[in-house]
Design a protein around this ligand. Structure first.
Ligand code: ATP
Ligand code: ATP
Ligand code: MG
Ligand code: MG
Ligand code: MG
Ligand code: MG
Length: 269
């Protein structure tokens, strides 16, 4: 095939649309597992919270942040992860589908790649997948509200799931009876059921479950040793510390101002 013929066909490229994201906005990619209600039961996830599954999600998110260094923060809970790109990121010329498909694909393949490290006894029955979307937030307040929305969702779902599974696992309720019991209840009702019927103080449950996971890039001190030849000609071990950039997981509140004051570089990035 001649290059002349190739140039004859090339016009089809013009059918592709320009999908570059508006400059100067926060780009957030959110991924969510497809049909994880089923995937979690097919693979015997602990209910209401399987910590192996949460750790696998976070491992996959760390892999994504290692590959894409313009991500300044990620937030995950349940079967979802959100990745926040710094405002001035020029990744793929800010092309929306390039960004979302690359992030989604690397996350999905990492989830499968690392599966057996977290579930050594559980054979993965079929290939899992995730959906992905890019959302643009023009202001810092919009970005904070987005992350607050995801963390509030984590809390609401976790309170419901904790009460639901306490009724089923410890209270002898059938799933439909448990659902009926919880229908129309507010947060304080669920806290009360947990406390008075099952002795569970919701606020004492792990922050991992109640708050989800925030991933940040932080310098941490690392201890190293090296062998050197001393003045007397003998080999001696010297200790020293090095500051290294790592991806740090936190399970803290991001709705209030405290987190943003303590990590004030993020919104400035
Ligand atoms: P969709 O394809 O529309 O996202 P879905 O079945 O994935 O459907 P979600 O609303 O995303 O529904 O909810 C994810 C579900 O996956 C939760 O409701 C829960 O049942 C299950 N799940 C995810 N992570 C965990 C976990 N770590 N421990 C226990 N269950 C989990
Ligand atoms: P990008 O990330 O921009 O797509 P790339 O390295 O994937 O970069 P492509 O233009 O997509 O570049 O080209 C894919 C390259 O992968 C080919 O040039 C070739 O080197 C290699 N490749 C893909 N499939 C095969 C194959 N079946 N046998 C040998 N090499 C292959
Ligand atoms: Mg959903
Ligand atoms: Mg899902
Ligand atoms: Mg979900
Ligand atoms: Mg390629």
């Amino acid at each position: 095939i001649s290059s002349m013929a190739q140039s004859k066909f090339e016009y089809v490229r013009k059918f592709e649309s320009d999908d570059r994201c508006l400059p100067n906005c926060w780009m957030v990619v959110r991924l969510d597992g497809k049909g994880f209600h089923k995937l979690s039961s097919e693979h015997d996830y602990d209910k209401p919270n399987d910590s192996r599954a949460l750790a696998l999600m976070t491992k996959s998110a760390v892999r994504v942040m290692e590959e894409f260094n313009e991500i300044c923060l990620a937030y995950g809970q349940s079967d979802e992860y959100s990745f926040v790109f710094k405002k001035d990121s020029e990744l793929y010329n800010r092309r929306k589908t390039k960004i979302e498909t690359n992030i989604c694909s690397l996350f999905s393949s990492s989830f499968v790649y690392y599966w057996s490290n977290f579930f050594p006894q559980t054979y993965l029955k079929y290939p899992p997948s995730f959906d992905g979307r890019v959302v643009l937030y023009p202001t810092n307040q919009n970005l904070r509200d987005y992350l607050s929305w995801r963390q509030a969702d984590c809390h609401i779902n976790n309170l419901y799931n904790t009460a639901f599974w306490a009724l089923v696992q410890q209270g002898g309720y059938s799933p439909s009876k448990a659902e009926e019991r919880l229908r129309g209840t507010v947060a304080s009702d669920k806290n009360e059921i947990l406390f008075s019927e099952f002795g569970i103080n919701y606020n004492n449950l792990p922050e991992l479950y109640r708050k989800g996971t925030i991933l940040l890039r932080r310098k941490v001190e690392q201890e190293h040793e090296k062998n050197v030849v001393g003045q007397n000609g003998m080999v001696e071990t010297q200790r020293y510390t090095k500051r290294r950039m790592t991806i740090l997981p936190l399970n803290v509140d991001i709705i209030g101002d405290k987190f943003w004051e303590e990590n004030n570089d993020i919104l400035g990035s």
